[in-house]
Design a protein around this ligand. Structure first.
Ligand SMILES: Cc1cc2nc3c(=O)[nH]c(=O)nc-3n(C[C@H](O)[C@H](O)[C@H](O)COP(=O)(O)OP(=O)(O)OC[C@H]3O[C@@H](n4cnc5c(N)ncnc54)[C@H](O)[C@@H]3O)c2cc1C
Length: 447
């Protein structure tokens, strides 16, 4: 089949690769100048299937309300309560019911476990190196933090992965760089969980996909889809000057590879046999005119990334792999020779406006645990929009509109879910049974 993929974030890149590997003729349309230029750009990079779980969970509404009044809150509300946000919150609140949460958690974790095995297969067969490290340590600052984490331990046991509840001295053996002056009560160590550079992986897989014949159209905005037996993609080339206005970090997003041919500025239509929408926050605008209203919200988050001090390498002051400060819900990741600190869940607001209080929390957590590890004069700040559906799982499969397929809405776990989602979707498009059950991941649940 001739397949168009819209969006070249981590979900679009993995989808394009899997479809090409399955023998399809694939074209990717991306409005930015390169792959992974939006939410897949500087995320925490954590792959921890046991922690892939819906934000819509029992007890969450109360927790969120309390957090709104805390200085170092994990959740922030930056919006007037517009009707669309209220409708989204209503659906989110309903999905917090124990039985709904339980079902969605099972679906997400099944996909996450499969996704990790697919990531490993790609990593080994294609020999991809993407600043990958093994190990995830959840830091519990106090007995109260441990008590709050206990129900999660039960869930980890159910999932069957390896994990150990460890005391503070053991945490410091696992991560010797942890600041001895910050109080630590205990930790949960998941030795098989991982961290890796999502953006770098996307670039490497893009090259592999290109070898399989994938055509990449960068600086190309899809304006409209015309469904049918041969769906049409109406797109327009945006000169770099126009599309860089959208860029988050203009200096570092281009990879210099062969990308775009000079193209006409007028919109042009191209016919395909199928279209896959992997456009994350760009998807509702494309699907609404076709009668599909997606309840997708941006939940913004931040990261700060700094190079490690060269005089320290190999650094005893820096993290070895990934950590999570459970009290502040802030991740600390080793990304090659850099340290990255990520967190915050901001509803509303815009990508351009940075909340200094949210950034302060990231600096606080960095200074609490790894003071002096990074060269802060070279810190890069980033803000991304998690494409979040109210109940948690992504939407994967046929859209119900002729010729149009969906792979989007991966929220806070798009990197951890991408390889599995892409493989499962390619199987479904070929009419083969998916390797895992896709029950509850379809669009029907959102109508
Ligand atoms: C602070 C933070 C930390 C995170 N940490 C983790 C983590 O540790 N682990 C994890 O698994 N996930 C994490 N995530 C979530 C993860 O980053 C996202 O789920 C993932 O990047 C989503 O990928 P995507 O490809 O769906 O979206 P994107 O990367 O946003 O890609 C969508 C692409 O579609 C393009 N597009 C949209 N509309 C159009 C159009 N009309 N025409 C052409 N192109 C279009 C966009 O330009 C964009 O490039 C984190 C997110 C944030 C914000």
């Amino acid at each position: 089949m001739r397949v168009a993929v819209i969006g070249a974030g981590i979900v679009g890149v993995t989808t394009a690769y899997e479809l090409a590997a399955d023998g399809h003729e694939v074209t990717v349309f991306e409005r930015r100048g390169s792959v992974a230029a939006e939410t897949s750009f500087a995320n925490a990079g954590v792959i921890a299937p046991g922690y892939v779980t819906p934000w819509a969970a029992p007890g969450m509404p109360g927790k969120v309300l309390r957090m709104l009044f805390e200085r170092h809150a994990a959740v922030r509300l930056h919006a007037s309560l517009d009707p669309a946000l209220l409708a989204w919150l209503w659906r989110w609140w309903r999905a917090c019911r124990p039985e709904t949460w339980q079902a969605n958690r099972t679906r997400m974790q099944r996909l996450a476990v499969f996704s990790r095995s697919r990531l490993h297969a790609l990593m080994h067969t294609l020999q991809l190196e993407f600043e990958h490290e093994t190990g995830y340590l959840v830091l519990l600052r106090s007995p109260a933090d441990l008590a709050a984490a206990r129900p999660g331990l039960k869930l980890l046991t159910e999932l069957g992965g390896r994990f150990h509840l460890v005391d503070a001295p053991r945490c410091r053996e696992i991560e010797p760089g942890l600041n001895p002056d910050t109080t630590l009560h205990a930790g949960i160590h998941l030795p098989d969980d991982e961290v890796g550079n999502c953006r770098q992986f996307a670039h490497l897989l893009r090259t592999e996909a290109q070898k399989l014949g994938v055509r990449w159209c960068f600086h190309t905005q899809v304006q409209r889809l015309v469904p049918g037996r041969t769906p049409q993609v109406v797109h327009r080339y945006m000169p770099p000057a126009e599309s860089t206005q959208l860029l988050i970090e203009p200096a570092s997003t281009s990879n210099g590879g062969p990308s775009t041919e000079p193209a006409p500025l007028e919109p042009i239509g191209e016919d395909f046999d199928a279209v896959v929408v992997c456009a994350a926050m760009g998807a509702p605008e494309l699907l609404r005119p076709l009668g599909l209203k997606l309840p997708l919200r941006a939940v913004h988050g931040y990261s700060i990334t700094a190079p490690l001090r060269p005089d320290d390498l190999p650094s005893e002051r820096a993290p070895r792999a990934a950590l999570m400060d459970e009290r502040y819900k802030v991740a600390i990741s080793r990304i090659g020779q850099r340290i990255r600190v990520s967190g915050s869940a901001e509803l509303g607001g815009t990508l351009e406006k940075y909340d200094t209080a949210a950034l302060d929390t990231l600096y606080k957590v960095l200074n609490d645990w790894f003071p002096g590890a990074g060269r802060m004069s070279q810190v890069q700040r980033w803000k991304g929009a998690r494409p979040m559906l109210p109940d948690g799982p992504p939407v994967l499969g046929a859209s119900g509109i002729e010729g149009v397929w969906l792979n989007l809405g991966h929220g806070s776990s798009g990197w951890a879910l991408s390889c599995g989602s892409a493989f499962a979707l390619a199987q479904a498009m070929a009419g083969r049974e998916a390797p895992i059950s896709l029950e509850g991941l379809g669009i029907a649940r959102l109508r």
